[in-house]
Design a protein around this ligand. Structure first.
Ligand code: ATP
Ligand code: SF4
Ligand code: MG
Length: 344
């Protein structure tokens, strides 16, 4: 079992390149991305808006709109099978079956005119040879599992008759309908208010632990990361710039960008600290500068940072970072105290 976890990841993405061709420009949304997720593990993909998180996740299950998008290179290994080369029929078979999605807006996956119970039944029967009655019983069990009160009655509700939190629970029930081995959750709690967000996060976390499901969880919020992630991959301008175990990333990251993102996590009494408070903007991914894409915003930049390709390399402990002048353990950025140290 232990060696199965280590040697056979559920998802092993290597050198993924997903481009968008717009007019004469090519936007490198995923620019050589590597990701590994093992059974029962939750990897959080974090980064600012436009960094390529959703495109990377959509590439895994062939959901990138094409045109203008195209997977231009790399390998998408799902339990040893390369999905980048798989025929559409195979991808459709896996989608909603062994691999399922939860999106930020449940209304994007739920049909507005059909009862939620019927939609779950349909999702089950698309992948399992069950009769209607058996599928209905399973759908009710799933609504119970995601803690929807009065599941039998709620089966008949239309999506708009449910609150945002309940709708997202229905989406999670749909995602679990066929016992997936990988769940891709793209900002599933961002649209919910804070209390409901915490409940839905806890639910997802409990379910994936109970079922040993691998989870790729996308968020722009390090508060969420600390709640759910085993490991973190930080994305910047289409590339992974740092990856490592959650505790290490949150307390002593090596990459200055990670440090700046963490410094933006809202702290009680300091609501102005927000992710979009990192000064400056990322470069356009159709015109990346030579060297480090973060150089124009980095307080530690040196002339050599702008010279050539910077590889993702092991720095210390579990941390790999794409940086020539990484931070030492617990080191703050110039001019600021370590905010984590300063917290009560
Ligand atoms: N449909 C599209 N057409 C053209 N370009 C696109 C399209 N979708 C994404 N892109 C390009 O890919 C880049 C990455 O987009 P992506 O949606 O993956 O960002 P993200 O990290 O998920 O951001 P957010 O946090 O806002 O969801 C964008 O900046 C844009 O250049
Ligand atoms: S490589 Fe240089 S510019 Fe880039 S993050 Fe590291 S120190 Fe900053
Ligand atoms: Mg996104």
């Amino acid at each position: 079992m232990a060696s199965d976890r280590n040697d056979n990841p559920v998802l092993a993405v290597r050198g993924l390149e997903t481009d968008f061709h717009i007019g004469r420009s090519v936007y490198h949304a995923s620019n050589g991305v590597d990701l590994t997720i093992r059974r029962g593990e939750c990897l959080c993909l974090v980064g600012e808006s436009g960094s390529g998180k959703s495109v990377t996740a959509m590439s895994v299950m062939g959901l990138v709109p094409s045109p203008p998008g195209v997977i231009a290179g790399g390998r998408i290994g799902f339990k040893g099978e390369d999905l980048a080369d798989a025929p559409d029929r195979r991808i459709r078979e896996l989608r909603g079956g062994a691999v399922s999605h939860v999106f930020q807006d449940p209304l994007a996956t739920l049909h507005p005119l059909f009862a939620v119970g019927d939609q779950i039944v349909e999702a089950i029967r698309a992948h399992q040879p069950l009769g209607k009655r058996a599928a209905e019983a399973k759908a009710r069990d799933l609504l119970d599992l995601v803690r929807i009160p009065n599941a039998a009655q709620r089966m008949k509700a239309l999506p708009h008759e449910l609150s945002g939190g309940l709708r997202q629970r229905v989406s999670i029930a749909m995602a679990l309908a066929n016992d997936p081995e990988l769940i891709i959750a793209d900002e599933p709690t961002t649209a919910l208010d804070v209390t409901v967000q915490a409940e839905v996060l806890r639910l997802l976390d409990t379910l994936r632990r109970e079922r040993d499901t691998a989870v790729l969880f996308i968020t722009h919020d390090f508060g969420v990361v600390s709640e759910i992630a085993d490991r973190v991959a930080v994305m910047y301008a289409g590339r992974i710039v740092e990856t490592g175990e959650t505790a290490e990333i949150l307390t002593r990251p090596a990459h200055p960008y990670t440090r700046m993102l963490i410094d933006c996590v809202p702290v009680m009494g300091e609501p102005e600290r927000r992710l979009d408070a990192v000064p400056g903007r990322p470069p356009a991914v159709n015109r990346l500068p030579p060297g480090c894409a973060f150089a124009d915003r980095c307080p530690r930049v040196q002339p050599d940072c702008r010279e050539g390709e910077i590889p993702l390399e092991t720095k210390r402990g579990s941390l790999e970072a794409r940086c020539l002048h990484p931070l030492g353990p617990g080191e703050a950025l110039a001019g600021g105290a370590d905010p984590l140290e300063a917290r009560p």
